[in-house]
Ligand binder design. Structure first.
Ligand SMILES: C[S@@+](CC[C@H](N)C(=O)[O-])C[C@H]1O[C@@H](n2cnc3c(N)ncnc32)[C@H](O)[C@@H]1O
Length: 237
């Protein structure tokens, strides 16, 4: 519980920073043809707020109850009502959760922004069987738990989106620009899930690491205050 709360407090600082700089607004602008968004991993709600402000109806999902509480408080304080944003506690890797979501709601895009992060050894251990089923091996998971977890989540997002025949929008924080020329991964997903189109965009940005949620890139923990990052936007449809 302590870890969950600490994660929420740290992420809240990072997320507010991104919101204030207009980064979430940039992400939301990529979703031009949709009305109802499933947001997987809504965090403390700053991304959800940007979506609601653009007029989307949002089904905001997170498994961290401390994040969800903060998100509800934030959107309530901005006058966003239940008719615009529905908060749902759930884990994207849980099959029953996905089945219920599909049975209960209609949506036309599934989004997953900046989700590949975890808050402790125990959490990673819980997901090891899922990562193995997805196709990673123990060595890969041990060497880079953060990227392994991220890959698992992105794959689950595509699986959910494709099962409903809707688009998937991923935003990931990266050290460099990714496009069709150097894409190491997403194009493979496009083919695996038989999407007909993949659209890339990049936003040069920065993140507070120490002081907000500490950022780990390629297995390295970054302790500097401000670090350069690229938000990579991938829309598959
Ligand atoms: C780094 S935050 C990003 C939040 C938001 N998307 C944003 O860009 O501000 C990642 C969020 O994803 C949630 N998350 C991670 N794994 C998840 C899972 N398996 N199911 C549901 N939520 C998850 C975490 O609890 C956390 O709140």
């Amino acid at each position: 519980m302590k870890e969950i709360k600490k994660y929420a407090d740290q992420w809240d600082v990072s997320a507010q920073y991104f919101y204030d700089k207009g980064d979430y607004s940039w992400m939301a602008q990529k979703l031009t043809d949709y009305s109802t968004v499933v947001e997987l991993g809504c965090g403390t709600g700053y991304s959800t707020l940007a979506l609601a402000e653009k007029g989307f109806k949002v089904l905001a999902v997170d498994k961290n109850t401390a994040c969800l509480s903060k998100a509800k408080e934030l959107l309530g304080s901005k006058g966003i009502t239940d008719s615009q944003v529905i908060f749902i506690e759930g884990d994207i890797t849980d099959e029953d959760f996905r089945k219920n979501l599909i049975a209960l709601y209609k949506f036309d895009v599934v989004i997953c922004w900046n989700v590949g992060s975890y808050w402790g050894k125990e959490m990673v251990q819980y997901y090891v069987p899922h990562m193995l089923r997805y196709g990673l091996n123990i060595q890969q998971i041990r060497e880079n738990p953060e990227s392994s977890y991220s890959e698992l989540i992105i794959w689950e997002v595509c699986r959910l989106a494709k099962s409903m025949n809707v688009s998937a929008h991923i935003v990931d924080r990266n050290a460099e620009i990714i496009n069709e020329k150097n894409d190491p991964y997403y194009y493979m997903l496009k083919n695996e899930f038989e999407y007909s189109e993949i659209m890339y965009d990049n936003l040069i940005a920065n993140s507070i690491s120490d002081g907000g949620r500490v950022l780990t890139t390629n297995g390295t923990v970054n302790r500097s205050n401000k670090i350069d990052i690229v938000f990579v936007s991938i829309l598959m449809r």
